[in-house]
Design a protein around this ligand. Structure first.
Ligand code: TYD
Length: 139
């Protein structure tokens, strides 16, 4: 039985340390997110109408934050699909392994911060949706 469904994807509210000089949000391994961060990357200068993502990961977990602007994350477990809008720096979306995701509707100036549990390894990507669905059905 494949463990992860889109119900295992969760919006996590982060701490927000506010003062007159501005806000600060920390993210600590195992405290704020359920994995240890091995890599950070960010998407920015995304042209309007562009789609990012369009893949699943065999082992990698990630946490996605709209640190500026907004975008929508489409999640698919091979059976069900849902869309989560991210538009605040003070929360993010946890995506476990074996979930298909697409990121769409980037606002102008949006920055998509991704905290990932693994270093970059193209071999653990599934970039073809039919292949993803076949693997899901086998498990
Ligand atoms: P890609 O996975 O297609 O971006 P996204 O799915 O977020 O739209 O990655 C674009 C390119 O960047 C691709 O050639 C792989 C490379 N890349 C790295 O070299 N290191 C990384 O950490 C990531 C995320 C991508």
């Amino acid at each position: 039985m494949m463990t992860n469904s889109i119900n295992n994807c969760s919006v996590i509210n982060l701490r927000k340390i506010e003062n007159a000089k501005g806000n600060l949000t920390p993210v600590e391994n195992a405290v704020d997110i359920p994995f240890s961060v091995e890599r950070v990357y960010y998407l920015y200068d995304v042209p309007g109408g562009e789609t990012r993502g369009g893949h699943a990961h065999k082992i990698l977990e990630q946490f996605i934050v709209a640190v500026a602007g907004s975008f929508d994350v489409i999640l698919d477990d091979g059976i069900n699909r849902k869309t989560i809008k991210l538009n605040r720096s003070s929360y993010g979306l946890y995506v476990p392994k074996m979930i298909w995701r697409e990121i769409v509707n980037f606002s102008t100036g949006a920055i998509c911060l991704v905290l990932a549990s693994e270093k970059y390894d193209e071999k653990e990507y599934i970039r073809n949706f039919d292949e993803f669905q076949k693997i899901r059905q086998m498990n």
